[in-house]
Unconditional design. Structure first.
Length: 291
């Protein structure tokens, strides 16, 4: 029987992953199949109930703990806005809520229990990898890690450039600055529009090898199995600047408000769109920490 999760403190736990924003459980499923133990955090009560049924064996043998709470600045209760069309867009952040509503989706507000990220870390320990896709609350997790001596080896945060709009560069800058203060020096920008095309490398570089097929909307590979080269903070900043500029020029399919749309010639617009477009939308920023 696999060891159960228990109260830990001190050094990073090599076989533990935090799935912050479990959503439908597809990422949790991948991490479990890779042989890791998982602490999954999710505020949506309906999704938690489904996960309890889906992962009943893993919960029973102690390989999975589901924390049915939202991550917040304080313990207690918080208003949580459930997106009725896209469950992964549910949020506690008012700015992200407004942007999602602009996309003509419907939300309903519920009161849910809340926990600080510090409470979760102190109860379960510092994990090997943190996947943080909590729709605007990611900086809370990075700020909390500043209070801990040890660090997760890998951390990823969702960067919804289509959501933060005019504040995109400020949002990105804050994330990179927090990573740098934490001692993270290597980064990868992973576009999430086509994670279903990713394949686990063989020989394996994380956990167990599995022939896994990612579903659309899942976070995909992590850590040493990510595609591409690691880059520094300055290059990460420059790459995001290019992506944001392409959005301002060309817009995207959900928000076609780029400057090129004001040009009278359809032929010129089409040419410039192809030249500048980089597929702005859902990106994850992955960071690696080395002593």
């Amino acid at each position: 029987m696999a060891p159960s999760l228990a109260l830990r403190s001190g050094h990073m736990i090599e076989d533990l992953i935090f799935d912050l924003g479990m959503n439908n459980g597809d990422d949790t499923d991948f991490y479990l199949r890779k042989g890791f133990r998982v602490v999954a955090v999710e505020a949506n009560p309906a999704l938690c109930a489904l996960a309890v049924q889906r992962f009943a064996p893993e919960i029973k043998n102690g390989r999975l703990r589901i924390v049915k709470k939202a991550i917040s600045k304080a313990t207690g209760e918080i208003e949580f806005f459930i997106n009725e069309q896209v469950s992964g867009w549910s949020t506690t952040n008012q700015d992200w809520l407004k942007a999602r509503n602009h996309g003509e989706t419907k939300t309903r507000a519920v009161r849910v229990p809340a926990a600080t990220f510090e409470e979760i870390l102190r109860e379960y320990g510092v994990p090997y990898y943190v996947k943080s896709d909590i729709q605007g609350a990611e900086p809370l997790c990075l700020e909390t890690l500043l209070e801990f001596e040890d660090r997760p080896r890998f951390v990823s945060i969702s960067t919804g450039l289509d959501v933060v709009g005019a504040g995109a560069m400020q949002h990105i800058r804050k994330g990179i600055e927090l990573f740098s203060r934490l001692g993270y020096r290597k980064f990868k920008i992973i576009p999430q529009q086509h994670t279903e095309l990713q394949r686990c490398p063989f020989p394996r570089r994380e956990g167990l090898y599995i022939d896994y097929r990612f579903k659309h909307g899942s976070s995909g590979l992590f850590g040493n199995e990510l595609p591409g080269d690691w880059i520094g903070a300055k290059q990460t900043w420059r790459e995001y600047w290019k992506i944001v500029m392409s959005y301002k020029f060309a817009g995207n399919s959900r928000s076609p408000y780029g400057w090129f749309n004001n040009l009278p010639s359809r032929t010129i617009r089409s040419y410039l769109d192809r030249l500048f477009w980089r597929g702005v939308g859902w990106y994850d920023t992955h960071a690696m920490w080395e002593r």
